[in-house]
Design a protein around this ligand. Structure first.
Ligand SMILES: Cc1cc2nc3c(=O)[nH]c(=O)nc-3n(C[C@H](O)[C@H](O)[C@H](O)COP(=O)(O)O)c2cc1C
Length: 487
């Protein structure tokens, strides 16, 4: 899909999007409606009349497994992981050396089979407003929750360049609208945008920023993906959608922006300027993230389509729409994790764990202590460093089912023996860690224990019915007069 409106049309044609025609308020009302719909696994929503703005709001576009797959043009999210796996031709043999595994890394370049394409004119520049013409208060920006510090742009793709190398980055970082031409810039310290800002500060320069709203669904997803710093999100989006992302030069800053976006904000952050209080914000943890000081984004131009659609999401107590963006990441990045840790059979981050709070990992255990090796290895993989609790299980456990994973784990552990704590970086949004962004991790080894691990008792089998009896009962079920059972 080329852009947001093609995706919206597709969803509507499949009965996956509903239009709300009465006027609604962007202050709390849209959140309350959307929250109910998301929790019920309902459709994407298109609010045609939003008070205080001429622009409609599209929301919950990615809010189910099916829509997330449609967004990326696949039947199941695992297909993309398979494509990556084939591309990288991962060595799986145990005797492969670490160097041999690393030798496939240059193949990542092959992701660049659909590099972005520069175009001269773009729908997103049909209307161009600069300087005092810019008025962010005319956008239907949502105030999501009662204690939010103000209205927040919730689905922004923030584009910057490394001030030293010129390497481009795009990340999704929320923006609190302060007034007609300024917003907060809530990039966390572990994210690439914040690193570009730190470099600009060291060099004593302003950092130019462009923020795109809308674009192809793959582009929107790519801005949330934890890519290695040197992998361009537009290249990755091209790989996902199997066609190049069209880029156009921004009008007032030296950056390229998605030509097919709905709206683009152009401007800068100035490291010399004092940070401004941003938040609170009802966040994806289900709690308010507390107000804190962040850089100010000055908007020098706003470009948009004539009939622009404002895309948004809401976050809050899980599951929310962002769980499905996270699911895409979980499935797509599994082969990359396995490249370094091939003993991983699967991992899963259930919604209650809001991504980093809980990771279940199933491994093919081969030696004593293997669970700790895998947990430590995972913590070294990019943003996985923020994982708080890692539960390692044997390969026969279906960890996609948290109820099964906890059942096995709670049976298998002797808490004092099988739980380890150690220090590390934690997410900016973790409100419980004893220091800001620094806290502890808990590793639970819930694998079957081996004699070499000091276990000298007999390990029991799991209860399973014998296959002859299950077949017999299947065949005779109708005779028992019990009717069909709810599964
Ligand atoms: C809906 C949504 C909102 C997000 N908001 C923020 C945010 O405000 N700040 C932040 O640092 N990360 C936020 N993230 C996570 C980042 O987008 C994600 O970590 C991404 O990989 C960052 O890109 P980067 O590695 O290029 O910095 C959000 C993700 C989603 C799905």
């Amino acid at each position: 899909m080329h852009n947001l409106r093609e995706f919206i049309d597709l969803l509507e044609a499949r009965g996956e999007l509903k239009r709300v025609r009465v006027e609604v308020s962007p202050r709390l009302e849209i959140t309350e409606i959307t929250n109910r719909v998301v929790k019920a696994g309902g459709p994407a929503l298109f609010f045609e009349k939003v008070s205080g703005s001429d622009l409609p709001v599209a929301i919950n576009l990615f809010g189910t497994r099916e829509r997330m797959s449609l967004a990326l043009g696949v039947k199941s999210l695992g297909e993309i992981g398979q494509r990556l796996e084939e591309l990288l031709a991962l060595p799986t043999g145990r005797r492969e050396t670490f160097l041999a595994k690393l030798s496939v890394l240059p193949k990542l370049k092959e992701l660049a089979s659909y590099p972005p394409k520069m175009v001269k004119s773009a729908p997103v520049q049909e209307v161009v407003e600069t300087g005092s013409e810019v008025d962010l208060t005319k956008l239907p920006v949502l105030t999501c929750w009662p204690k939010d510090g103000g209205p927040f742009v919730t689905l922004p793709m923030v584009i910057t360049k490394d001030p030293e190398t010129g390497e481009r980055n795009m990340g999704m970082y929320r923006l609190q609208v302060f007034d007609a031409r300024t917003t907060g810039m809530h990039w966390h310290r572990h994210k690439t945008g914040a690193m570009h800002f730190e470099k600009a500060k060291r060099l004593g320069r302003r950092l130019e920023v462009a923020v795109a709203l809308g674009g192809s669904p793959a582009t929107i997803y790519a801005s949330t993906a934890p890519l290695p710093e040197n992998l361009d999100e537009f290249v990755f989006a091209g790989f996902l959608q199997k066609r190049p992302v069209e880029l156009v030069r921004a009008r007032t800053v030296d950056l390229e922006v998605p030509a097919q976006a709905e709206i683009v904000l152009e401007g800068y952050v100035d490291p010399k300027e004092e940070f401004r209080l941003e938040g609170p914000f009802g966040d994806h943890t289900g709690y308010y993230s507390l107000a804190d000081y962040y850089p100010v984004f000055h908007v020098t131009a706003l470009t948009r389509r004539q009939d622009a659609i404002y895309p948004a999401t809401i976050v809050g107590r899980p599951p929310m729409e962002d769980y499905w963006l996270g699911q895409a990441t979980e499935r797509i990045f599994l082969p990359l994790a396995r490249m370094v840790l091939p003993e991983i059979i699967d991992y899963h981050m259930p919604p209650e764990g809001v991504f980093h709070n809980l990771v279940f990992v199933a491994i093919d255990k081969k030696y004593p202590g293997h669970a700790y090796k895998v947990a430590s290895g995972l913590l070294g993989l990019g943003l996985m460093m923020l994982a708080k609790v890692i539960v390692v299980l044997d390969k026969d456990v279906n960890i996609q089912d948290p109820s099964e994973a906890w059942w096995v784990a709670l049976n298998n552990i002797d808490p004092e023996r099988d739980v380890r704590f150690f220090a590390g970086p934690v997410d900016v949004l973790d409100h419980a860690s004893r220091h800001f962004t620094f806290g502890t991790k808990m590793i639970i080894d819930a694998t079957q224990k081996w004699p070499e691990e000091g276990f000298d008792r007999e390990w029991p089998d799991r209860i399973e019915m014998d296959p002859n009896t299950t077949t017999l009962v299947d065949k005779r079920w109708h005779e028992y007069g019990l009717g069909p059972l709810k599964s």
